[in-house]
Write a protein that binds this ligand. Structure first.
Ligand code: ZN
Ligand code: ZN
Length: 326
């Protein structure tokens, strides 16, 4: 029953996009793109396009989008846009992040990409390899994927902040209280799988072409690198997206370890789900108090780490002084 309802909504949405598309001018890049796509199909197998092609798209887009934020740290006039100017990026942090990224990209995400190909083949999920989708469909499908991913991210991210599991998984992503672009996918391998699953749900629902997969990867990386950039740049075109969260929204989460759990939107669909279930106000107050205790818990952890570091430093200093005396 629910499946039928969802199928009806999807087919109505497709009809609506088709209707809007009939009024839009033709995309001048449609033919060159189709030509390039056909050229790729003639020279590479579907497996190579779906796995190695997707990996190349992911790596190129990720490091290309990280580049502006990386350069900003060397430009004094960009520092006025840094959200937490008292916490600059350091080489040590960035190198640590880079090593973890390479591990996550090649040891966790690459097998997932291969798995997606075999999954679609095994269940005969129909992929259109012959035509080139028009841009309004790609745009609408990416928006649908973003709503699904944001809802998944909201609930699972919130669950990962639970005091019983936080220190085992999500604490890794919160290593840096002042985020920088490259940190977007700096996470425990389990988190890469848990939160990354939200990315694939949209693919399962909407994807009918490899180009959509690549468009969705591009949008998702652009969005997550932007919200982790640590810079609130004026005239950022991403803010044209309705309810787009942006860097300040996610920086708040990294600074305070609480609140703003959605990935893309300030007004997550998940929040509406909670509202529609009519959670009583009193319970929301309790939740706010619970947030406060979670905040104290996280801050306690950090103070503990700080204390440990400082006592370690003190021990080293004492040892040095002893050695000098000897
Ligand atoms: Zn983050
Ligand atoms: Zn978090």
């Amino acid at each position: 029953m629910a499946v039928n309802g969802t199928a009806n909504i999807l087919s109505s949405a497709y009809l609506a996009v088709e209707f809007v598309d009939s009024f839009l001018p033709a995309n001048p890049l449609q033919e060159p793109l189709k030509h390039a796509w056909n050229h790729m199909l003639q020279n590479y197998s579907k497996f190579q396009i779906a796995t190695w092609g997707s990996l190349i798209v992911h790596e190129l887009i990720y490091f290309l989008f990280c580049l502006p934020g990386f350069i900003f740290q060397f430009l004094p006039f960009m520092q006025k846009y840094k959200i937490q100017p008292d916490k600059p990026e350091t080489w040590e942090k960035q190198w640590k992040c880079f090593k973890m990224l390479l591990f996550n990209h090649f040891c966790i995400q690459l097998p997932l990409i291969c798995g997606t190909y075999y999954f679609t083949e095994f269940f005969s999920i129909p992929y259109d390899w012959d035509s080139m989708p028009r841009w309004p469909f790609i745009l609408a499908q990416c928006f649908g994927c973003a709503v699904i991913e944001d809802t998944w991210h909201y609930f699972l991210h919130r669950a990962l902040h639970h005091r019983r599991v936080y220190k085992y998984i999500h604490k890794v992503h919160h290593d840096f209280t002042s985020p920088f672009g490259m940190q977007a996918e700096y996470a425990h391998p389990a988190e890469t799988i848990i939160l990354g699953a939200g990315f694939f749900i949209g693919i399962m629902v909407f994807c009918n072409h490899m180009i959509l997969l690549w468009a969705w990867v591009t949008f998702r990386l652009l969005e997550t690198i932007d919200v982790h950039s640590g810079y609130d740049i004026p005239l950022n075109p991403l803010h044209l997206i309705p309810f787009y969260a942006g860097a300040r929204f996610h920086d708040f989460h990294h600074m305070n370890f609480v609140g703003n759990y959605g990935s893309t939107f300030t007004c997550s669909f998940a929040v509406h789900v909670r509202y529609l279930t009519r959670v009583p106000v009193a319970k929301q107050v309790v939740r706010t108090r619970a947030h406060a205790s979670v905040l104290r818990f996280h801050k306690g952890h950090d103070t503990e780490n700080e204390r440990e570091k400082q006592s370690g430093k003190k021990r080293n200093k004492d040892r040095q002084q002893c050695q000098e005396r000897q």
